[in-house]
Design a protein around this ligand. Structure first.
Ligand code: XBP
Ligand code: MG
Length: 253
């Protein structure tokens, strides 16, 4: 096997803790704008995270709560309008600097870019959300650090389907064995593993209790020098934070 050629990153929950104070808040603002009395509290939103994708999440909520049963709505265009409004609110939150990167992420991305390691993004969220997050947190040119950004509706079947990873690998011109994926959720891990990728998982408050069998390692965060990670499953050897030597070791073993 050739050495590690590229890193493939999920975004929501992995690069940034976007869900509770970002996407959830933006959904609620969009519902209020539309005059709907829907409100997703922290627990409700956690249950809705069982599906990937904002439009899919609104559809799940409508189905679960049997909304609009007696009302003549074009559900598809309602969902689409709500999602567009949600994206506007989410971008506002990003641009106001309220959503940062998780510990260790900026350091690792800079190091990998500086070392000439190729990088890609494979995410379920809307593409504009990704480029805005990178710009707001890492600066204007940061999207250019990634050789491919595949996002949202680029594939029909969202995670846990492997399609988004297949597309990212195809665009990079690499095989799964040449790469390492970064995920935070079971749906994301299943998508990456089904595409044949070794996967490093960093959990967050919403995903901590999920089943991560099959991950190369499960950590509470990437960590920083002097403020290391906690290993939840797997073997980090002597490392206390995720750096390129640890990634190469994980990829080899
Ligand atoms: C992320 C998602 C996304 C966001 C919402 O999943 O499920 O749907 O919550 O984004 P993953 P959009 O981290 O597994 O890619 O509203 O833009 O779809
Ligand atoms: Mg995720």
């Amino acid at each position: 096997m050739a050495g590690l050629q590229a890193l493939l990153f999920d975004v929501d929950g992995t690069l940034s803790d976007t869900e509770r104070d970002g996407h959830r808040v933006a959904f609620n603002r969009a519902f209020a704008d539309a005059g709907l009395d829907w409100h997703w509290d922290v627990e409700t939103y956690g249950r809705l995270l069982e599906v990937s994708g904002g439009k899919e999440r609104i559809a799940l909520y409508i189905n679960k709560n049997k909304l609009f049963i007696n009302v003549k709505y074009d559900i598809k265009s309602l969902i689409s309008q709500l999602h567009q409004a949600k994206t506007r609110h989410y971008l506002d939150l990003l641009m106001s600097g309220q959503i940062g990167l998780r510990p260790g992420v900026a350091r690792l991305l800079r190091d990998a870019h500086g070392a000439g390691l190729r990088m890609g993004i494979a995410t379920t969220t809307t593409r504009r959300n990704v480029t805005a997050l990178l710009k707001a947190t890492l600066g204007q040119g940061a999207s250019g650090w990634f050789d491919t950004i595949v996002a949202g509706d680029a594939v029909a079947a969202k995670k846990p389907a492997p399609d988004i990873y297949h597309l990212a690998l195809q665009q990079l011109g690499l095989r799964a064995v040449d790469c390492l994926a970064f995920e935070d959720s079971r749906n994301g891990l299943l998508a990456a593993m089904s595409a044949g990728l070794k996967t490093l998982v960093t959990v967050n408050a919403y995903t901590r209790g999920q089943n991560f069998d099959g991950a190369a390692i499960v950590l509470d965060q990437l960590g920083e020098p002097g403020a290391g990670f906690r290993v939840l499953a797997g073997d980090a050897g002597d490392s206390s934070f995720v750096d390129l030597p640890l990634l190469k070791r994980l990829h080899r073993t």
